[in-house]
Design a protein around this ligand. Structure first.
Ligand SMILES: Cc1cc2nc3c(=O)[nH]c(=O)nc-3n(C[C@H](O)[C@H](O)[C@H](O)COP(=O)(O)OP(=O)(O)OC[C@H]3O[C@@H](n4cnc5c(N)ncnc54)[C@H](O)[C@@H]3O)c2cc1C
Length: 386
C-alpha cells in the first residue's frame, strides 16, 4: 500500500516552503519534499537579500499581491521571532521616459501609494553615494526594503512543521504519473506514494518535471557581487535605500546597502541561458567582474573598493517576464514565479496556492500569470521524470 496524501509539494525553496505552510494551516494532509535541504545555495533563493517594493514598474496588477505579501511577511516574522524584512526605502532611477521610472510612477499613482518624485540633484543631495546624469529622475518609496531569503525559507518550513506538515529533505522526486482513477503516483526517493493533488514548486528544475512547460521557460545564470565600500557610512541600511537603475531600454542594475556583507549589486537582465539547471557553473570570469566594477565606479564611486565575494544563482524566465502559475491539468499545479522578481511574493503565492488546491478563487487579478499563454493548445502530460 502506498502512502496517500491530499497534496505533495515538490520543491521547498521560496515558493514551496510558503505553499506547504499555507496548505498545512488550511488543514490539508501535506507532504513537502526537496532534493536538497533548503535553504541551500544551488537554486534561485540564496544570496542573503531580495528586494521588496510596492510601486511595481512591471505592472500595477502586482500591487494588491504585494500589499498582501507585506502583511504575510510581518505575520511570519512575528511567529519566527526573527528579522525577515529590513526596511530601507527604495529608489527607482533612470531617464523619466523609460519603463522603470514611468512604470513605478504609474503604479504609485494608480494605487495611491506614498512616494516622491526626485530630480537627479535631489537624489544626489539626499543619498550622496549616487552619481548620475542630470537628466535622470527617480521614484522614491519609503516602504521598500529587503527580505532575508534564507531566513524566510527556514521560517516558512518551521511554521509548516508546527502546523502539521510532513517534510522530507534530501529526497528527490524521480517520476510521476496520473492514475486512471484520478490523483497521482509519485516515485520519491525510491519509494512510491500517492497524492490527490501535486504542486510543482521546483524553480529552475520545473521544466524537467513538467515537460509541457519546457519550451516556454528559459533558465539563465545570474551573478551577484559584493564590494567593500570606500566610504562605508554612505552605504549603511539607514543611509542607502535599495535601488533599481535603468540606464538603457533593456538594461537594469539593482543593489542593496551594506548590511555587514558589503555593497551588493547585480544585473537584472537575463544572463547566460542554460539548457538545464545542472549546467550551472559557479565560476565567475574576470571579464564579468571587470564589467561590474565599471558600473560601480560610474554610479557609486565610493563603493568601488575591493571585491569581497560573488555568488551564482538561476532565473527561470518567461518571454514576457510575468510569472507562470496555475493548474496545467486537474490536480497538477505548476507554480513558477520568477523571471528574477518572484521572491517578494512568495508569502502570498503560498497562500494563493493553498486556496487553489482547496478549490477556492483567490481575490486577485491573476490573468498576467496564466499558464495558457505559455502552452501549446491541447498539450497535456500524463507523466514526467527527473
Ligand atoms: C540572483 C537573483 C536575484 C534575485 N533578486 C530578487 C529580488 O531582489 N527580489 C525578488 O522579489 N526576487 C528576486 N529574485 C527572484 C526570486 O529569488 C525567485 O523568483 C525565487 O527565489 C524562486 O523561488 P522558487 O521557489 O521558484 O525556486 P527555488 O527557491 O530555487 O526552489 C526550488 C526547489 O525545488 C527543489 N527541486 C527541484 N527539483 C526537485 C525534484 N526533482 N525533487 C525534489 N525537489 C526538487 C530544489 O532543490 C529547490 O530547493 C532573484 C533571483 C535570483 C536568481
Amino acid at each position: 500500500m502506498s502512502a496517500h496524501w491530499d497534496v505533495v509539494v515538490v520543491g521547498l525553496g521560496a515558493m514551496g516552503s510558503a505553499a506547504v505552510y499555507h496548505l498545512a494551516r488550511a488543514g490539508a494532509q501535506v507532504l513537502g519534499i526537496d532534493q536538497y535541504a533548503p535553504p541551500h545555495n544551488l537554486g534561485s533563493s540564496h544570496g542573503l537579500s531580495r528586494i521588496i517594493r510596492e510601486a511595481y514598474y512591471e505592472d500595477p496588477r502586482y500591487v494588491p499581491l504585494l500589499q498582501r505579501a507585506y502583511t504575510l511577511w510581518a505575520d511570519l516574522e512575528q511567529r519566527a521571532e526573527e528579522t525577515l524584512l529590513t526596511p530601507t526605502g527604495g529608489l527607482m532611477v533612470g531617464l523619466p521616459d523609460q519603463e522603470l521610472v514611468q512604470g513605478a510612477s504609474h503604479s504609485a499613482a494608480l494605487h495611491d501609494l506614498s512616494h516622491e518624485r526626485l530630480s537627479a540633484a535631489q537624489v544626489q543631495e539626499r543619498f550622496p553615494a549616487w552619481q548620475i546624469p542630470d537628466d535622470w529622475e527617480a521614484v522614491y518609496e519609503g516602504r521598500a526594503g529587503f527580505l532575508h531569503p534564507e531566513t524566510c525559507i527556514r521560517a516558512h518550513l518551521q511554521a509548516a512543521k508546527a502546523a502539521g506538515a510532513s517534510l522530507r529533505l534530501n529526497t528527490p522526486l524521480q517520476s510521476w504519473e496520473a492514475l486512471p482513477t484520478g490523483g497521482y503516483r509519485l516515485q520519491v526517493g525510491g519509494e512510491y506514494i500517492e497524492a490527490a493533488q501535486v504542486v510543482f514548486t521546483a524553480g529552475a528544475w520545473l521544466q524537467e518535471l513538467v515537460p509541457v512547460l519546457q519550451p516556454a521557460l528559459t533558465i539563465t545564470r545570474q551573478v551577484l557581487y559584493w564590494f567593500e565600500p570606500l566610504q562605508p557610512a554612505l552605504f549603511t541600511p539607514e543611509a542607502f535605500p535599495i535601488f533599481i537603475l535603468q540606464d538603457a531600454p533593456d538594461h537594469f542594475v539593482y543593489g542593496f546597502p551594506d548590511d555587514g556583507h558589503g555593497f551588493k549589486i547585480a544585473l537584472h537582465v537575463p544572463g547566460q541561458p542554460l539548457g538545464v539547471a545542472a549546467d550551472l557553473s559557479q565560476q565567475v570570469a574576470p571579464e564579468e567582474i571587470a564589467a561590474m566594477q565599471a558600473i560601480v565606479t560610474r554610479y557609486f564611486p565610493q563603493a568601488a573598493g575591493p571585491l569581497r565575494k560573488t555568488a551564482v544563482c538561476m532565473y527561470t524566465n518567461t518571454a514576457d517576464h510575468h510569472f507562470a502559475m496555475g493548474a496545467y491539468q486537474p490536480g497538477l499545479w505548476a507554480i513558477s514565479p520568477c523571471s528574477g522578481h518572484g521572491f517578494k511574493f512568495a508569502a502570498v503565492i503560498g497562500e494563493i496556492t493553498a486556496q487553489w488546491v482547496q478549490g477556492q478563487t483567490p481575490a486577485y487579478d491573476l490573468s498576467l500569470f496564466d499558464l495558457d499563454r505559455l502552452m501549446g493548445q491541447g498539450r497535456v502530460d500524463t507523466r514526467g521524470s527527473y
